[in-house]
Design a protein around this ligand. Structure first.
Ligand code: ATP
Ligand code: MG
Length: 454
């Protein structure tokens, strides 16, 4: 089994240094779980019998940060890689469903393991002493089951974040949730609105990026809706159109499953049709229509992501993709250039990924031809970029100064003229050449002085 564990040298150094100073030290939590699963661990956390001040004394000469000495955690940086070193501890009572009222340091590893959330996260490993598994974590890993350490009801009422962590691990690892643990999840969902927005955002983001996110969201939608009640109307919203075969919610789960597993695209896919229930109407032939739903979805996403305190830049990225997702296909060269110029290359390819995910969740017959059109748009965009075509004012063959020389006055008229010239170049109506642009600029100026501003 030891061959499944490959702690990197910087993490081993931390363990050995604590041991040389006479303390006990183990790798714990996620790195043990992931190593046993054959997944690459994200970080190597260490638990130790050393008190926080003793940990700091062991790592003099290293950069350390006291990220929670009250809870016993010191961050030690080795070769620029951070390792969390936490003193064995028992948690005190939890009176707010969020934080223990106090922690007591303990000399025993076993006590530290029993405060951890799920059996698969409550194992420790040491290069010579091997695995310490007091709660059947290894067996649960083999059976691919998430089970609380101890009484699930107590564990969720102590810390409601564990409800979301459970769904997150189910989505990321593809594990099922043991029956009593699952029952307690439902019983404690009412505590979720008390969690901080940031913690909810982090967990939901990881959940959405999980391979099995659609399955988990389908099975536990009621719990997710406790946190995101504005999504409830998607659930019963049928789509009587030739393009769809699912309700809006079910379509969303399919689109989500087809989206690349990164936060931007998973959130965009998750919310791309959230405004559909509000846009739905029937024409006399009994067909449903959802005009303007992309804009409504964008608005709903703005509110939801602001509530979860997304950084503005990330929120704007997700929302602008949602607002643009229902482009008519095929995308013309002019449209592609316009979008590339306005939003940039990275955004544009994310939009195509979102559109592909969306179309993969529609009527199955429609999917292959739509995906082919999106593929063509991708190729065309790559050609446009390779050619170095002019897409922004920066690439235009005339600058503000050139227009000033033609008699333009500084100010908004000059800005509008540059934009009008860019639009003509992007549309392929005039070449991006100084002479042709100056000629058109003069004509525009004459027109404006005759008729007023365009
Ligand atoms: P990841 O791969 O996301 O890092 P992880 O299991 O390492 O997963 P962390 O949030 O880094 O998760 O936490 C490290 C360990 O601390 C967990 O494996 C678990 O043992 C314990 N833990 C973290 N959060 C809680 C919690 N809210 N309640 C109980 N134990 C927790
Ligand atoms: Mg971790």
């Amino acid at each position: 089994m030891a061959d499944r564990f490959a702690p990197p040298p910087y993490a081993l150094l931390v363990l050995r240094r604590l041991e040389r100073a006479g303390f006990e030290a183990w790798f714990v939590g996620g790195c043990v779980r992931d190593s046993l699963l054959g997944r690459a661990p994200g970080d190597w956390d260490v638990a130790t019998s050393a008190r926080p001040e003793q940990v700091q004394a062991c790592f003099q000469g290293f950069s350390t940060a006291d990220v929670g000495a009250r809870h016993g955690t010191i961050l030690v940086a080795v070769e620029g890689r951070p390792v969390e070193v936490t003193t064995f501890r028992r948690d005190g009572a939890y009176s707010d469903s969020r934080h223990p009222d106090g922690v007591t340091f303990s000399p025993r590893l076993e006590e530290d393991l029993c405060r951890r959330d799920f059996t698969v996260n409550a194992m420790a490993w040491h290069p010579e002493r091997g695995l310490r598994d007091c709660f059947g974590g290894q067996e649960d890993l083999e059976r691919r089951v998430l089970r609380c350490v101890g009484d699930p009801a107590r564990r969720f009422s102590e810390d409601a974040l564990r409800v979301l962590r459970c769904l997150r691990f189910a989505a990321v690892l593809g594990f099922s949730i043991e029956r009593d643990t699952a029952r307690a999840l439902w019983e404690h969902q009412g505590l979720l609105p008390g969690l901080s927005a940031e913690r909810v955002r982090e967990e939901l983001t990881k959940l959405l990026c999980g391979e099995q996110a659609p399955q988990v969201l389908r099975e536990y939608s009621g719990i997710i809706f406790t946190l995101l009640p504005e999504l409830v109307p998607m659930c019963g919203c049928t789509q009587e159109t030739p393009y769809h075969c699912y309700t809006v919610w079910e379509h969303t789960l399919h689109a989500l499953g087809h989206a690349p597993q990164n936060a931007t695209l998973r959130w965009a896919a998750f919310l791309h049709d959230s405004g559909k229930p509000g846009a739905k109407f029937f024409s006399p032939d009994g067909v449903a229509h959802f005009y303007g739903h992309a804009g409504l979805s964008e608005q709903l996403a703005q509110g939801l992501l602001a509530r979860l305190r997304f950084p503005n830049k990330e929120r704007e990225r997700v929302c602008s993709l949602i607002g643009a997702h229902s482009q008519a296909l095929p995308l013309s060269e002019k449209r592609i250039k316009k979008l590339l110029g306005k939003q940039g290359e990275e955004w544009f390819f994310q939009l195509l990924d979102l559109m592909a995910a969306d179309n993969s969740g529609k009527q199955p017959d429609l999917c292959p031809p739509r995906l082919a059109l999106i593929g063509e748009a991708r190729e065309l965009a790559q050609e446009i970029l390779a050619e170095g075509a002019c897409l922004t004012l920066k690439g235009l063959a005339v600058k503000g100064n050139d227009l000033l020389n033609l008699g333009y006055a500084p100010g908004p008229e000059l800005g509008a003229a540059l934009q009008a010239l860019l639009d003509l170049v992007v549309a392929g109506e005039i070449p991006n050449e100084k002479g042709a642009l100056e000629e058109r600029a003069l004509a525009l100026k004459e027109e404006t002085s005759r008729h007023g501003a365009p």
